[in-house]
Design a binder for this molecule. Structure first.
Ligand code: 5GP
Length: 127
């Protein structure tokens, strides 16, 4: 079920538990600002999630409320992960789902990083 993006941050969401080490994950990268780990249900040969360490529900509150250091650290971590996985050439896709229409299911900001094969058109046709 998509989340309600207007709700406050829920400390019991699955990615908060992963950050606290209460749920195992297959870590790809970690630094002061971000954690990257393999998606449990991969949609491409490479499907990694990158999450900020701070308590942000989505791209919406992160972009509005995070500090410049948090934003820079997170964005740099996403780029670092893609480079370290060898995805820059031939390319990859980033995706962030936000709220109901974005079909966001986990209420902690995450960027999906897909790669490892030609990924096709961005979205299915809407008509
Ligand atoms: P969303 O629809 O919110 O953008 O995507 C949530 C993603 O989190 C899904 O791709 C789902 O497979 C992944 N996910 C959900 N629970 C877990 C978990 O416990 N561990 C990992 N590694 N990924 C998870």
């Amino acid at each position: 079920m998509p989340i309600d993006p207007t709700l406050p941050y829920d400390d019991h969401n699955v990615f908060a538990k992963i950050l606290r080490g209460e749920i195992p994950n297959r870590t790809v990268y970690e630094d002061e600002w971000a954690l990257a780990f393999h998606d449990i249900n991969p949609q491409a040969p490479t499907h990694v999630l990158v999450i900020p360490k701070g308590p942000y529900v989505s791209w919406d509150d992160f972009s509005a409320g995070a500090s410049a250091e948090e934003i820079a650290g997170f964005v740099r971590a996403v780029g670092h992960v893609a480079r370290s996985l060898g995805l820059v050439e031939p390319g990859y896709r980033l995706l962030a789902n936000i709220g109901q229409h974005g079909h966001q299911e986990v209420p902690h900001l995450h960027v999906h990083l897909f790669g490892g094969k030609p990924l096709g058109p961005m979205l299915a046709r809407f008509d």
